[in-house]
Design a protein around this ligand. Structure first.
Ligand code: ADP
Length: 504
């Protein structure tokens, strides 16, 4: 045939219908007038249940004296073209060609529909995950916010009761710290899961990191009356890690052990170096984990549904983040449990980077608890008062940060716009300028450039923004900033920076 198609003759209804089940581009009925009623009925039935995209072309050749009854029956077939005999081969060919083209267009439509359905389903799932995520996030933020709101009310009426003042202040400090950690976790997860974060790795002993993690959870541990048994490593093995990140992982594992073990439980931390690497095991005799959940607990959104129901449920991102960090260090984090009610064990394994020399030995004997936790008091004491220009269009932010800096004996000048800032900079010649980025009249980047041009000498520029992705950091550094800090600012970090930048 000149129409490059394969033709399959079907002698009866059965073979035609079976053939249709495997798919066909068109049906040609060369002697439509002689079709048996059963065949016609079967054909009609199977053509009537075609999917949306499909209208299988049916070309029927009929004699001029076709009975009206049969004609009506034939016309009931969807996709029908009636050709009255005699038909020239040319007519038949062109008719078939048109039918095949139509069919091909239908196939393309089918593929597009399939594709659209698939991506629609994916979209739907991710929208749903995001909705759930936002619901839990809102819930998580509401708790600390509620506590802070209550504390503020106490503050407002506590002039004559100083002990209440202290209480409210502590609540605010704790809860806002929790919110800050939550936000950091969220941003961390994005960073860890979407691109390898630039870790600040250096070879070090695990001892101080373990010590710092234990110090961080000590209060929570005591509050629940747990005992903690610690076996520090008897080895000089060192790991090449970002200390703060690994401490964060250990804090996470310890916090979970504390949380998911009924009061008065036993928690054990042991560390050792073996052939697999440096392994820290954290074991508890708590609620345990069902075998089929041992993997899923490391999923990002896996916990959401349950977390919402659990009274003191967490956020369900801790373990995802912890494993992400372990893997970024070419290590691993795995869970083991004999089942519900039978305790859990988490093993963090990190590759060994080498062994400490004698010079490093004091590392092992130094008080571990103080190693990582920054000591705000000494940082403050060591930092001499500086002339600081603080620029932010948010009045509350400016005043709060100004108060903290003044407490640390800095001399602070505040501006709420770029224009003000430039004027004050000329009058006061500050040593350090801390700038918000998003401001209405002139953004922080522009202001930084102008300040650089205007103020002679080594003005230190610090960007303080709510944007913390690597891109934002790079953009700030490109614009001439020396440092990039994110809101809410970590005061210890800021004060350390004040001390470091001014002593260079
Ligand atoms: P969160 O504790 O905030 O829910 P995580 O990611 O830290 O989130 O933990 C995920 C889940 O793993 C927890 O909700 C809990 O069900 C389970 N889990 C984690 N640690 C333990 C543990 N030590 N014992 C029992 N279950 C645990």
């Amino acid at each position: 045939s000149t129409l490059d198609v394969s033709v399959e003759p079907c002698a009866d209804a059965g073979s035609l219908l079976e053939r249709l089940d495997h798919g066909a581009a068109a049906i040609l009925l060369p002697e439509a007038a002689r079709l048996k009623p059963a065949m016609l009925a079967g054909l009609k039935a199977s053509l009537s249940i075609q999917p949306d995209w499909s209208e299988l072309p049916v070309i029927a050749l009929t004699p001029p004296d076709l009975s009206p009854f049969l004609e009506e029956e034939l016309r009931a077939l969807p996709g029908l073209v009636l050709l009255e005999q005699p038909v020239t081969p040319r007519t038949l060919q062109s008719c078939l060609r048109a039918a095949l083209r139509a069919r091909q267009r239908q196939y393309r439509l089918r593929d597009r529909l399939d594709e659209a359905r698939r991506s629609n389903a994916q979209l739907h799932a991710s929208v749903q995950a995001k909705d759930e995520f936002l619901a839990v996030l809102a819930h998580e933020l509401r708790n600390p916010l509620g506590a802070i709101t209550a504390a503020v009310r106490v503050l407002a009426s506590s002039a004559e009761r100083p002990e209440q003042f202290a209480l409210a202040r502590d609540v605010i400090a704790r809860q806002s710290d929790q919110m800050r950690r939550l936000l950091e976790d969220l941003l961390d997860v994005t960073a860890v899961t979407s691109r390898p974060r630039s870790l600040q790795r250096k070879p070090q002993s695990m001892r101080p990191l373990i010590g710092a993690a234990i110090a961080a959870v000590r209060t929570a541990l005591d509050n629940k009356g747990h005992t903690l048994q610690v076996e520090q490593p008897a080895t000089s093995a060192q790991v090449n890690v970002d200390g703060a990140r690994i401490s964060q992982v250990l804090v996470n594992l310890l916090t979970n052990a504390i949380k998911y073990t009924p009061d008065g439980g036993r928690i054990a931390l042991s560390a050792e170096a073996d052939r697999a690497g440096f392994v820290v095991r954290i074991r508890d005799n708590g609620i345990g984990i069902a075998p089929d959940a041992l993997e899923s607990i490391f999923g990002m959104f896996a916990q959401l549904a349950e977390a919402r129901e659990r009274a003191n449920g967490g956020f369900g991102i801790g373990l995802a983040l912890a494993r992400g960090i372990a893997e970024l260090h070419d290590g691993s984090l795995i869970a083991r449990s004999d089942g519900p009610g039978r305790g859990s064990e988490f093993a963090l394994t990190l590759p060994i980077a080498g062994f400490a020399t004698d010079d490093d030995a004091r590392d092992r004997t130094s008080a571990p608890d103080a190693a990582i936790v920054p000591d705000a008091a000494t940082a403050t004491a060591a930092s001499p008062g500086r002339r600081i220009l603080l620029v932010d269009d948010n009045e509350d932010s400016v005043q709060a940060l100004c108060a903290v800096l003044e407490l640390n004996r800095h001399q602070v000048h505040c501006a709420s716009s770029g224009v003000d800032a430039l004027r004050i900079a000329v009058e006061q010649s500050p040593e350090i300028a801390i700038l918000d980025i998003g401001m209405p009249d002139m953004d922080g980047y522009e202001l930084a450039r102008r300040l650089r041009g205007q103020v002679a000498g080594g003005l230190v520029l610090i960007a303080l923004t709510g944007w913390s992705q690597p891109n934002d950091r790079r953009r700030a550094l490109d614009a001439g900033f020396d440092h990039h800090l994110t809101k809410p600012v970590d005061f210890d970090q800021l004060e350390n920076l004040m001390r470091d930048v001014t002593s260079r």
